[in-house]
Design a protein around this ligand. Structure first.
Ligand code: HEM
Length: 125
């Protein structure tokens, strides 16, 4: 179907939810980024599910609740060097491995997430 969004191709809400929960379980254990995040990741994961849903062309859940994402501005309170960006991406790739996200949708998501993660860098090494 030519009207399928990347969100649909991924498998919709169910797969996205599995991906985000798996991702944050890895973030919570990653030595380069765990300390930036709150201990209880429930709300963080809820917002990330909303954001990634709209990032992938699904319903605009994040903006409906929180307004314009302004992601770089929202990340300014945290020191993010290329080390933190790579750690974030490593957790995401590893979560994709666990959830079984493969092929074109994986490559598409990793390409866009890599650009976005590098855009969040706000301090040199
Ligand atoms: C929030 C870290 C990249 C999307 C956050 C928070 C931290 C963080 C510490 C606050 C968590 C909380 O207090 O609940 C990082 C680091 C990154 C990174 C170290 C490395 C580059 C990204 C990327 C995306 C993203 C690539 C999108 C694809 C979000 C969203 C929120 C968030 C949507 C919630 C914003 C809100 O409060 O409404 N991030 N992040 N982040 N991050 Fe990231």
């Amino acid at each position: 179907n030519s009207s399928q969004t990347p969100f649909d191709v991924l498998g919709g809400e169910k797969v996205l939810s599995q991906l985000v929960d798996t991702f944050y379980s890895k973030v919570a254990k990653h030595p380069d980024i765990a300390s930036l995040f709150p201990e209880d990741l429930t709300e963080t994961a809820r917002k990330q599910k909303q954001f990634l849903t709209q990032f992938l062309g699904g319903p605009t859940l994040y903006t409906e609740e929180h307004g314009h994402p302004m992601l770089r501005a929202r990340h300014m309170p945290f020191v993010i060097t290329p080390v933190q960006a790579e750690a974030w991406l490593t957790c995401m790739e590893s979560a994709m491995d666990d959830v079984g996200i493969e092929g074109v949708i994986r490559e598409y998501m990793l390409e866009r997430l890599t650009m976005t993660a590098h855009h969040m860098v706000n301090q040199p090494l």
